[in-house]
Write a protein that binds this ligand. Structure first.
Ligand code: E4P
Length: 217
């Protein structure tokens, strides 16, 4: 399973990328706004840190605008993935990007039927938003299971990118449900390393080790 970081904070990205565990990055207009920086500059910087896929989202709502913006974003670096919304225009743009060899991430997916259309349009990734579905009273993870079954039934190549991840449990459940990737906010990524029993066990081991008076080196 590929683990992406959902961030525009380059310092935080660099710190987590140093672990070798970050396979890619996703951004969205809200994260660009949070960065307070010019989008093209941030995307270029992220692409210089990470070799894997870096999603950069179009802001246009119509096909022509999405194509113009997407081509400009794709020219920033070879690992840019153009992120388009799951709308009728977004899927038309996706099909054209696919024909041009530009990778796409179809975002704001909230139903299996939408995911089916994204795959038929030739999306490289589809992003089902787990946390936002949970917030809406649904069981977000069920959507991953449904999309996995549909994509496997028809051998679609589109990768399922579990998005709107809020907890480490979301990451585990997405992996169990067959998501190809998950995009994770930095604070949740940090939490993945931790377990209270790991910390407790380590404290005990270190206390016992100190009692031996030994040194390995
Ligand atoms: C994914 O591509 C989105 O940027 C992100 O996962 C959305 O998460 P949120 O619902 O926490 O804003």
């Amino acid at each position: 399973m590929q683990l992406f970081l959902d961030t525009t904070d380059v310092a935080v990205l660099k710190s987590l990328a140093a672990t070798g565990l970050v396979d890619g990055v996703t951004t969205n207009p809200s994260l660009i706004a949070k960065s307070g920086r010019p989008m093209l500059e941030v995307i270029a910087e992220i692409c210089a840190v990470i070799d894997g896929p870096v999603s950069a989202e179009v802001a246009a709502m119509d096909v022509a605008g999405m194509l113009a913006e997407g081509r400009k974003l794709a020219a920033v670096a070879p690992n840019v993935v153009v992120k388009v919304p799951l709308t009728r225009d977004g899927l038309m743009a996706t099909a054209e990007f696919c024909a041009e060899g530009i990778q796409t991430n179809v975002t704001l997916c909230f139903s299996a039927a939408q995911a089916l259309l994204a795959a038929k349009a030739g999306a490289t990734y589809v992003s089902p938003f787990i946390g936002r579905l949970d917030d809406h009273g649904a069981v977000g993870m069920d959507l991953i299971t449904e999309i996995r079954a549909i994509y496997d039934n028809y051998d679609f190549d589109t990768e399922i990118l579990a998005a709107s991840i809020r907890t480490p449990a979301h990451v585990t459940e997405a992996a169990l449900s067959g998501a190809d990737c998950a995009t994770i906010p930095p604070e949740v990524f940090e939490a993945l390393f931790k377990h209270p029993l790991t910390e407790k066990g380590l404290q005990q081991f270190m206390a016992d080790w100190a009692k031996t008076g030994q040194s390995i080196l």
